[in-house]
Ligand binder design. Sequence first.
Ligand code: AMP
Length: 185
Amino acid sequence: MGPPGAGKGTQAERIAERFGIPAISTGAIFRANVKGQTELGKQVEAIMASGGYVPDELTNALVRDRLAQDDCVPGFLLDGYPRTVGQLHTLDEHLAQTGRQIDVALELVVDEDQMVARLLARAADQGRADDTEEVIRERMAIYRAQTAPLTEIYSEQGKLRQLDGMGGVDEITGRIADALNDVRS
Ligand code: AMP
């Protein structure tokens, strides 16, 4: 977990490789669908461009299908999901039905103003439609209102690990790996 720009996608890929499990990024899956102009892509394109959240039913169904694939058997890492309280509960129920559970929720704690600056730089670089300043502010506000409260639920479940998300990419990967090894041992 962590607000837009916290580096979740980059870190998820690195950690997944290190631990030999898939990184499942709902944002990346949605973006690929928009790019390919699939039915799902057409449904979510305008929502994503405005910085809003895709409806829970669509997102939950997508993750449910992805978690049923063979490569998730040894474990998996979710990036950008769950993002709402409803998604969290649906995920917990689904995993319980399949005899699994979330072991740990990692939150990258970062400075929001620096995240906005980072996202604006990325916009210039990659030209993502959801990286204009107005949309970035909207995404931050939605994160605070709808996603930040999930940390409290994971904390109550005893699963939350908060990490300093500021610093070099390698340094942060090291912190995350240490936290995960700690949970495993
Ligand atoms: P991300 O790359 O994780 O920042 O996601 C980019 C965009 O995809 C978000 O701003 C949402 O529009 C959409 N999205 C990704 N994950 C979710 C989710 N779990 N629930 C709803 N919308 C999502």
